[in-house]
Design a protein around this ligand. Structure first.
Ligand code: A3P
Length: 333
């Protein structure tokens, strides 16, 4: 399906032997990135999107601290406009490139039906199912964009704007992703965690292969418009990450302002903040009401989920994938 508008081949693949709720996926480009099938209609629009130099992209592999990074970046760029941050959900402040493709149209119909008496909710659902490139055409600058796409599938001119990429120990991200998928009403899997892990390392889960995703961004970490962060560094020393992000956006803030932002971003405040904690997704019926999106906020929790065999497999997987790169995770030093 590669053509003059899109340099990559898009292969439609039916996944067998897994309990994916959307078993037909696409594999894109030489790395074979797995994305939900509906994305094939948006891939070229995303890639060729007109980028403004003021655009701000926050990119990551899912469950790597994206939401946390988004809020930090938004407030730093917006000169600490806490009022808007607390009143406008993060999902409205950021367009999310590929989110619409994670749900099929049958789900949209069900959600619209369940919320048919509530105009505001209908509007939100319509917005979620709209490709982000359409929304962005009329969004005033600076535009904020969230994506789990790897750099090569993002707009080809993304680095003419600013890109913040956040990475996390993949073992923690995988556990967190498994629990999230099972809190999304229309995505729940029958698989146990071990099966999920196996499909993940065999690159059968959306947005895999994981290490190619991270390495693409890592290779660009010295580009003046790319900032590469680790979740573990944010947990260890948030003020110094806030200073790095502020420098990256050419902002000068004093220690008091930085301390206030860190307090706003603290796990305890974050999980209670309905502008960022995905309460809206629960109200609309996407997520189970009793399962948190902002969950534990810890590092190393994977140890509670990996048995000996999976631990040995993950050691090997990580070792093999870090062999040809100087990418090193703070949690693995
Ligand atoms: P856990 O499920 O391990 O708790 P994403 O936003 O990319 O989906 O990442 C979600 C992960 O980031 C979740 O991890 C979530 O708890 C964690 N997280 C979100 N906000 C956080 C915060 N303020 N402090 C620490 N971790 C946070």
């Amino acid at each position: 399906m590669a053509n003059e508008n899109y340099p990559y081949e898009i292969k439609v693949v039916e996944l067998k032997g897994t309990t994916h709720k959307l078993p037909v996926i696409v594999r894109i480009g030489p790395k074979g990135y797995v994305i939900h099938e509906k994305f094939k209609h948006a891939a070229a629009d995303v890639y060729n999107m007109e980028v403004r130099s003021s655009d701000v992209f926050v990119a990551s592999f899912p469950r790597s601290g994206t939401t946390w990074t988004q809020e930090m970046v938004w407030l730093i760029v917006s000169d600490f406009d806490y009022e808007r941050a607390l009143n406008i959900p993060l999902t409205e402040r950021y367009a999310f490139f590929e989110f619409f493709s994670s749900f099929d149209d049958g789900i949209k119909m069900k959600l619209l039906d369940a919320n048919k008496d509530d105009e505001a909710k209908i509007k939100e659902i319509e917005l979620i199912f709209k490709p982000a490139t359409e929304i962005l055409e009329t969004t005033p600058s600076p535009r904020f964009i969230k994506t789990h796409l790897p750099l090569s599938l993002m707009p080809r001119k993304a680095l003419e704007a600013k890109v913040v990429y956040v990475a996390r120990d993949p073992r923690d991200a995988i556990v967190s992703l498994y629990l999230l998928v099972n809190s999304m009403r229309h995505m729940k899997l029958e698989d146990d965690f071990k099966t999920f892990w196996n499909t993940f390392v065999n690159n059968l889960q959306p947005w895999t292969p994981y290490f190619d995703h991270v390495k693409e961004a890592w290779e660009k970490r010295d580009h003046p418009n790319m900032l590469f962060l680790f979740y573990e560094d944010m947990r260890k020393d948030l003020p110094s990450v806030v200073r790095r992000v502020s420098d990256f956006f050419g902002k000068k803030y004093n220690e008091e302002e930085i301390a206030r932002l860190c307090d706003h971003l603290s796990f305890d405040n974050f999980e209670k903040n309905s502008s960022v904690n995905f309460d809206l997704m629960k109200e609309l019926g996407f997520m189970d009401a009793d399962k948190p999106f902002i969950r534990k906020g810890k590092s190393g929790v994977w140890r509670d989920y990996f048995d000996e065999e999976m631990t040995a497999e993950s050691d090997k997987w990580i070792e093999e994938n870090l062999r040809d790169t100087d990418l090193r995770y703070p949690s693995m030093q």
